[in-house]
Design a protein around this ligand. Structure first.
Ligand SMILES: Cc1ncc(C[n+]2csc(CCOP(=O)(O)OP(=O)(O)O)c2C)c(N)n1
Length: 883
């Protein structure tokens, strides 16, 4: 309250305030709390109209959202659930300790799962659906041990598996975190990189609605995500919050494990992360449920008529909560309750031990259950449950609420005994010392209960299981006939891929499966016709008449729209893409996403999201448009991409291509669709397309295999005397063609012209062949590069990407190899000037060719110097890399 407000407050008649409060209480008695809410909302509305505006705190008091009164009856067997949880805690802990003892230094975490075991068990026993219509669950990554421990009790993992935690080069190894690529039948969503899980969960929930609204597939699946409070500091964690409420994603629940700590220390030592998250989520339109205090507190709250505890909670910062959490009952009595006389009175009859046992809400099944239940009943918006927990709960002095809890990897024997006794585990000392895993007999109450619960919920999770469905793809000649014929008309590869897409969209079976995605660049890429043709997805339909309603290209939003227009949101767009690209595995319903973006704002901007997508074995197309450092002429340094192909080359299940001609692109697009949709091969595609317009030659379809392998002989311009090999990808290959003609006509030098569709794919082929030869020296094979080359003349290899891109293949042949590329910061200018500046145009290709031939003593110094004079290179300038 400001001093001015305080002043006014003091001068108001206290009787009048009392009457207001009494009348509110009267309404509650007569019409219940719902009735009081209606009246208060009406008063609030009027107060706003009269500008008697107050700015209410965006968060509620520091207590449970659901009162004990509203909690309902707990439907589970508390005792058994607690026993199961204790066993899981033990096995999870033993797994980490054993791994480090047996093969040292592999890491692992104890404290994270210790803090969220009850959260997960609430889900596993009562909410997370399995089976055909399984829910999508995002698991907090550092808690993977608890999930393995559960699968062990369920009989899905063996002791051998647990013994091989973080020992993944072994066959039975278990992944550190949730990695579907490494445990294909188990995990579905990678969450190890903080922030990616929350964003992905939102877009998975959105994609479920998309499938439903487009009348493609209706499911009852929910999306659950358990995340850390520290993790919520990642921008990606918060990036999708408003989309989730804007699109009414009531199929989505986040549970934030608010143990108040991250790796180094408290998430908000001097503040309250729970209150901060509440205001953030509330502001974004989410339903927020706080689960802060366990049942032991209920009777104390009932006595606290003047809310002295709420005052104490409000004035205690998280750093202090952490210290309170790490200390015993006596300390809490003195340092928490003891600071307020009324609060102290409330606990005067309690022993130190009883105070020590006052739990946080996130460790209380009853409180968690009622929050989960309310989340599932909430309509029209997503829910976040803020569950207050203790990091390292149960680790005692070894880690409970300790500053170093996150990294703690072992407990000494005394601490192990304390742990066992606290959780009433029936493990004798010798087994404790040997860190033996504990599994009750199959006919034990615990195992029977756990299995029954899962059966009731449809089956075990996590489980990555799906029905394989092949989708047939039309013939290349059908969908892209126009691209494989010679045409003098000039157009860009962007236009060509959009034409292919347009044609596929019209295909009866494959068409509806396509999910075109843009991040506010559809017009840039010539896709505006899709707005009206297939509609822009909007669950609300279109509530307005678009300004261009009379145009055939009108901006049409519709509930069953097909195009995902994500706005200026590359991270969201790629998360959408991942959801569609994993629809085949998550929903046994293959879709074919086609996300087209400024290539500079792909791998560079959201590379980690693409990495996480790759972990999920996605199927779909990523189209990096306006590609190239020089082909995107005017845009300048932050727009011109000269490196995405290097990033792309590091992802093993990604096939990336940089074709020059429309026909090559059509072949790759066709083959990609066929392999992913029809043959169901786990790979995805990155194609760079450009906005430079030129004519495209005819292609001999017998080159198809070579196009896919990364390159083919485009033209043989050799003579019987001196020759060179010119290789180029993307539009820069056309500079090679020009150089080849000049070399032939003006210098009498012949050349072989190779159109390189992908240096990356070429390199993969060479790498594999090299490995084959290494292990089979009597069966030496030629790699694709050697096969197409067939000579030992120098190679000049170029592209619109950095030198390292072409250089990838340099070690796989004995020819002298000269890589050229666009290293350095981009800048605005015309294409010709940029190509001259970055020294990749035909003139530089000629000079590099002449220089290599000079080095090989095939041409004279005079000839080289004449050429240097002809082209007037400015040798006094720094390399473009430095400029
Ligand atoms: C992008 C990213 N940055 C850093 C890390 C390293 N890291 C792993 S866990 C962790 C702390 C997690 O804290 P919190 O989210 O609060 O979860 P808790 O374990 O406390 O439940 C950090 C920094 C990571 N995994 N990902």
């Amino acid at each position: 309250m400001s001093s001015e407000q305080q002043n006014i407050f003091e001068h108001l008649d206290p009787e009048e305030i009392h009457e207001w409060i009494q009348s509110l209480e009267g309404v509650i008695q007569r019409s219940g709390r719902e009735g009081a809410k209606v009246i208060l909302e009406a008063v609030e509305q009027r107060a706003k109209e009269l500008r008697v505006l107050y700015s209410p705190l965006p968060y509620s008091p520091y207590r449970n959202t659901i009162s004990q009164h509203d909690q309902g009856v707990y439907p589970g067997d508390l005792q058994i659930e607690e026993r199961i949880t204790a066993i899981l805690r033990w096995n999870a802990l033993a797994m980490v300790m054993k791994a480090n003892k047996n093969y040292g230094g592999v890491g692992g975490h104890i404290a994270s799962y210790a803090s969220c075991a009850e959260i997960f068990e609430t889900g596993f026993n009562h909410f997370f659906k399995g089976g055909k219509d399984a829910d999508l669950v995002f698991y907090q990554p550092h808690s993977s041990t608890g999930i393995y421990a559960r699968a062990f009790l369920e009989g899905r993992l063996t002791e051998n598996h647990l013994n091989n935690y973080r020992h993944e080069t072994k066959e039975d190894g278990l992944s550190s975190y949730c990695h579907p690529y490494l445990m294909k039948d188990f995990w579905s969503f990678p969450t190890g990189s903080m922030g990616i899980g929350p964003l992905s969960a939102i877009y998975q929930a959105r994609f479920l609605k998309y499938l439903e609204n487009r009348n493609l597939k209706k499911t009852n699946k929910r999306v659950w995500g358990v995340f850390g409070d520290g993790e919520m500091d990642e921008p990606e964690s918060l990036a999708g919050l408003s989309l989730a409420s804007r699109e009414n994603l009531d199929n989505l629940t986040f549970i934030i494990n608010c143990n108040l700590q991250r790796l180094d220390g408290p998430v908000r030592g001097n503040g309250q992360i729970i209150q901060e998250l509440e205001s953030l989520f509330k502001g974004a339109g989410w339903n927020v449920i706080k689960v802060l205090w366990g049942s032991e507190w209920d009777k104390i709250f009932l006595m606290d008529k003047n809310h002295s505890l709420l005052k104490r909670f409000a004035e205690t910062v998280d750093g202090a909560y952490q210290t309170l959490g790490a200390r015993d009952g006596a300390y809490n009595l003195n340092n928490f309750f003891g600071r307020n006389e009324e609060a102290l009175k409330l606990v005067s009859s309690m022993t130190d031990d009883e105070i020590d046992k006052l739990k946080r809400g996130g460790h209380d099944f009853k409180k968690l259950y009622s929050a989960f239940q309310l989340a599932t009943e909430t309509k029209g918006r997503p829910t976040v449950i803020l569950a207050k927990t203790k990091k390292g709960f149960g680790m005692g002095k070894a880690g409970e609420s300790k500053m170093t809890a996150h990294q703690a990897k072992e407990l000494d024997f005394d601490a192990l005994r304390e742990f066992r006794n606290r959780f009433k585990l029936d493990i004798p000392d010798n087994k404790l010392e040997n860190l033996e895993f504990y599994k009750p007999a199959d006919e034990s109450d615990e195992i029977k209960y756990l299995k029954q619960r899962r059966e009731k919920l449809g089956g075990f999770i996590p489980e990555r299981k799906f029905l394989k469905t092949s989708i047939s793809v039309p013939k290349l000649e059908e969908h892209s006939k126009f691209l494989i014929e010679k045409s003098d008309r000039e157009y860009s590869t962007t236009t060509s891929v959009i034409r292919s897409l347009g044609s596929i969209l019209k295909h009866k079976t494959l068409g509806p499966k396509v999910v075109p995605i843009v991040a506010d660049e559809a017009r840039t890429f010539g896709m505006a016709n899709l707005f009206s043709q297939i509609g822009i997805y909007s669950p609300k339909g279109q509530l307005y008449e678009p300004e261009d309603s009379t145009s055939i290209l009108k901006y049409l939003e519709s509930k069953d729209g097909q195009l995902l227009e994500e706005g200026i949101n590359e991270a969201g767009a790629i998360a959408s893409w991942s959801a569609a690209a994993t629809s085949y595995s998550n929903h046994s319903f293959p879709m074919m996403p086609f996300y087209i973006f400024y290539s500079m704002f792909g791998f560079q901007r959201v590379g980690d999201l693409i990495w996480a997508a790759a972990d999920q074995m996605p199927r779909g197309f990523l189209i990096g448009a306006t590609a190239g450092r020089t082909t995107l002429s005017g845009e300048g340094l932050q727009h011109q991409d000269g490196q995405s192909h290097l990033f792309a080359s590091t992802i093993s299940n990604l096939r990336s291509y940089d074709p020059c001609f429309a026909n090559e692109l059509a072949i790759i697009f066709d083959e990609g669709m066929r392999r992913m949709m029809q043959d169901q091969i786990d790979e995805f595609y990155y194609l760079t397309v450009y906005n430079e317009k030129y004519s495209h030659p005819e292609i001999n379809l017998s080159n198809k295999e070579d196009v896919m392998k990364g390159g083919y002989l485009f033209k043989d311009n050799t003579n019987d005397n001196i020759n060179i090999n010119l290789m180029g990808s993307g539009p820069i290959f056309r500079e090679c063609i020009k150089a080849s003609e000049i070399l032939k006509n003006e210098y009498g030098i012949g050349s072989k012209l190779f159109s390189i569709t992908s240096y990356t794919e070429l390199e993969k082929n060479c790498r594999e062949t090299k490995r084959h030869n290494l292990y089979n020296p009597s069966k030496i094979k030629k790699n694709h590069l050697e096969e197409i080359l067939g000579n030992n003349d120098p190679i000049i290899a170029t592209s619109d990407y950095v030198r390292a891109y072409a250089q990838m293949i340099s070690s796989y042949c004995t020819n002298k190899f000269v890589p050229m590329g666009t290293d350095g910061f981009g800048r605005s200018d015309t294409r010709d000037n940029l190509r001259d500046f970055f020294e990749i145009d035909y003139k530089h290709i000629i000079i590099e060719s002449l220089f290599s031939l000079f080095e090989e003593r095939k041409i004279s110094l005079d000839k080289l110097e004449d050429a240097l004079k002809t082209y007037q290179f400015q040798s006094n300038l720094d390399h473009p890399w430095k400029r």
